[in-house]
Design a protein around this ligand. Structure first.
Ligand SMILES: [Zn+2]
Length: 127
């Protein structure tokens, strides 16, 4: 899998996005042509794994944010709860006083935690 990383050239100090793949021999600056040997395989695999984990954490954060938004709008706009016919469903008061606010708060907290986990590491290669 190709990894997209920011790379800074030590010759002309240009920062650009670089698509890097395993087995790629050199990193080359598009502005001045300066090049250097690419990352070793172990380091590349570690970066790739970290980026995959961050992507998963960001997806979870996005889903949690969606759940929070749905909970908030249900709380504010008070939908017809009679269509939500779960067996032994709690009363409408339960959803308005506890259920939807709790869903909103829990969704936002989960979103906060996973978005922090998803943005903890940034990689910039200087060559
Ligand atoms: Zn350069």
């Amino acid at each position: 899998m190709a990894v997209r990383l920011k790379a800074t050239c030590s010759e002309c100090l240009t920062t650009h996005w670089s698509e890097m793949e395993l087995g790629q021999e050199q990193i080359k600056c598009p502005a001045c042509g300066h090049s250097l040997q690419s990352l070793p395989e172990g380091e590349f695999n570690e970066i790739e794994l970290t980026i995959k984990k961050q992507r998963t954490n960001n997806i979870i954060a996005l889903i949690a944010f969606g759940v929070a938004v749905i909970g908030f709008f249900c709380w504010v706009f008070k939908p017809e709860l009679k269509y939500w016919s779960f067996p032994h469903a709690p009363q409408e008061d339960f959803w308005m006083t506890t259920g939807f606010p709790a869903l909103t708060i829990v969704g936002l907290l989960v979103c906060l935690v996973f978005s922090v986990l998803g943005a903890r590491h940034r990689f910039i290669i200087e060559f």
